[in-house]
Design a protein around this ligand. Structure first.
Ligand SMILES: [Zn+2]
Length: 156
């Protein structure tokens, strides 16, 4: 951890305890460079939601992947960062209600459901990519390609 006083990366942990009902660990650290003491919180990433890909592989669900995909599809569209965040949070919440394991197809469908209401162009872009996507990491890559094709260079 970077010391807030001198930016040194060398520290030692002088105390660790559970916080937030056990979901976080609070650590008291001491900078080995300047002796400053500071506190860090470590959180376990929310566990339990797994995405089953068409290939049969399982991956932990990552909200950030949804956001990256939607953000790419929403390029140059009136879709704000809060809307993308809200959508991803909604999707995650809906998926968690389905159980601890969901298929990648269900993830895509849940995103599309909400995109339709948000912005038609973004929806269509996402859908065209989604049709061919086999797993969540694929759709990031494919949307990247799609937006490259779509991009209109200034002055072109
Ligand atoms: Zn320091």
């Amino acid at each position: 951890m970077r010391c807030p006083a001198c930016s040194s990366l060398d520290d030692k942990v002088v105390d660790s305890r559970l916080a937030d009902d056990g979901v976080a660990i609070r650590r008291r650290r001491e900078c080995l460079e300047c002796g400053r003491r500071f506190t860090t919180f470590e959180r376990v990433e929310e566990v339990g939601l797994v995405v089953l890909k068409r290939s049969g592989l399982r991956q932990p669900f990552r909200r950030e992947k949804i956001m990256a995909g939607v953000r790419a599809a929403a390029k140059n569209r009136p879709v704000g960062p809060e809307q993308v965040e809200g959508l991803a949070a909604d999707v995650e919440e809906a998926l968690r209600l389905e159980g601890s394991e969901v298929t990648s197809a269900l993830v895509g469908a849940a995103v599309l459901d909400r995109l339709r209401a948000l912005d038609e162009v973004t929806y269509v872009r996402f859908a065209s990519v989604y049709k061919g996507f086999a797993d969540p990491s694929d759709f990031e890559r494919e949307i990247g390609l799609l937006t490259k094709v779509d991009r209109v260079e200034p002055g072109a």
